[in-house]
Design a binder for this molecule. Sequence first.
Ligand SMILES: [Zn+2]
Length: 242
Amino acid sequence: MWTTLANVIWPPVSPLSDEPVLRSGELTAEDWAEVHFIDRPFCRSCGVPFDHPSYDDMDCPACIAKPHVFTTGRSVFVYDEISRPMVLSLKHAGRTDAVAAFGRWMARAGADALKDADALIPVPLHASRLRARRFNQSVLLARAISRVAGIPVDAHALARTRRTGTQGGLTAQSRARNVAGAFRVRAAARGRLKGQRLVLIDDVFTTGATLNACVRALKRAGAENVNAITLARVVKPVDPTK
Ligand SMILES: [Zn+2]
């Protein structure tokens, strides 16, 4: 009843186009056609989409050259001009109506990683950033996935110990340097991470530098395996033959 009442007061609109939809967080048919959802074929490690089916489940050139620290990375859609407003809308406190839908999509994209996972670990914000924004969008996404997949969220295991500034405009190498050592596992969480299979949750996968820095900290604390699921993924054209 409350949902019905809420729908009358705040009619659900698409997080992409603001056009009316039946259920909160849904997209219109036109929106669906515009968003670049990621599907096979893709790199078995980082999940970057390939343009030819014969490469499916192989490693992309970037992963062969420099493997990520996480085991697999999966994302729902390509981060581009079309999807950017949806991702940014997450960071504005008033616009979290789409989170449940994002959680369902992320649970589907990361189904393999979630199958035998012990806990979901949202990428933390620095305390000062959290105070300013009042919420962490990765925690919202992790909770939404948890409701679908039934895996608990451990939002207090990791801490961001350093303000890393903006990653925008940095090269992959500078990004890695920028976040190196910026995360640590809290002393109280060390015992409970030993031998655990964890899934890191974040909103955007850009170069993987932030995810890798988190995984290093989790593995130092004894985590057995860490996969990653993000809502969006920055994709540069990949030709596996080069
Ligand atoms: Zn890859």
